[in-house]
Design a binder for this molecule. Structure first.
Ligand SMILES: Nc1ncnc2c1ncn2[C@@H]1O[C@H](COP(=O)(O)OP(=O)(O)O)[C@@H](O)[C@H]1O
Ligand SMILES: [Mg+2]
Length: 261
């Protein structure tokens, strides 16, 4: 068996008095897989992926890449390990062209350092078509601001694909999208897996998570409370399990309120 690509062991993170993550263990297999990370608002999902992408430093715990313990984990090290994170909306320069957005910060240059714009346009065009952007309305020289929400996510994903990310992280990519647009994102993700990239897909929509994921991990108030393989569960069961977690959550809140009053 291949080493796990990523392994987090006993990761905790607090912000002042708020404990965002408590002793979390999480991994991504060596073979490409799609992992749905589910949980209510405030569950700690974004904090977890910000630790993976090196933005937040955990208070304690260990991070391994391909079985090797990483010291002083950072944004630079995370990217160098092939982790590409797509934050909702914030990732793109709206007035710039689609091609510029795909190659931003990693321009294709000649040996003299000149940006090969024509090549970037051609490559962007090819890439967008391979991932299913067949619309004639836009081209690789269209400004991103003219694209729909789903298409913008597509551009960010195309970037991760082009640079053959080992792991692509999408933080709530489908939240603001229509169902057809969400389906398109699912197709991109599946294509990326075929191309060898794993994906962490964050959502609070169980149906979206179940639809696209090989495995679902549920976070609740900073703790991983459930993990299921798609093969071994149905979406109905997953919904039931999530309801139980929410009920439990409600009881805890009631308890807190009672204690206060
Ligand atoms: N930078 C921060 N400063 C203070 N508190 C934070 C910060 N980031 C997250 N939190 C808190 O940590 C908890 C988990 O947040 P987050 O990871 O964003 O949850 P999710 O993405 O699941 O909605 C929340 O209570 C949130 O208010
Ligand atoms: Mg979040």
């Amino acid at each position: 068996m291949k080493n796990k690509f990523l392994e987090l062991k006993n990761i905790s993170k607090s912000f002042g008095k708020v404990s965002a993550l408590e002793r979390v263990n999480f991994y991504i297999k060596g073979e490409p897989e799609i992992v749905g990370l589910i949980g209510d608002n405030g569950a700690g999902k974004s904090t977890l992926i910000k630790i993976i992408s090196g933005i937040h430093t955990p208070d304690c715990g260990e991070i391994y890449i391909n079985g090797k313990r990483m010291e002083n984990w950072s944004v630079v090290k995370s990217r160098a390990s092939g982790v590409e994170t797509v934050y909702q909306d914030r990732a793109l320069a709206m007035q710039q062209t689609l091609a510029r957005n795909i190659f931003m910060g990693r321009e294709l240059t000649s040996i003299f350092g000149f940006v090969k714009s024509k090549l970037q346009f051609a490559e962007a065009d090819r890439l967008m078509r391979t991932i299913g952007f067949t619309s004639k309305v836009f081209a690789s020289d269209s400004a991103v601001v003219n694209l729909s929400g789903g298409e913008r996510q597509g551009v960010a994903i195309a970037r991760a694909l082009y640079f053959k990310a080992n792991l692509m992280i999408l933080d709530e990519p489908t939240t603001a999208l229509s169902l057809t647009e969400a389906q398109k994102i699912f197709d991109f993700i599946r294509q990326a897996r075929k191309g060898g990239s794993s994906c962490i897909f964050i959502t609070h929509n169980i149906y979206h998570a179940y639809d696209v994921s090989d495995r679902c991990v549920v976070l609740d108030r900073g703790k991983i409370v459930m993990e299921t393989d798609r093969e071994h569960t149905t979406v109905e069961q997953l919904v039931k399990d999530m309801q139980k977690i929410a009920q439990n959550n409600g009881k805890v809140r009631e308890g807190i309120n009672n204690a206060r009053s």
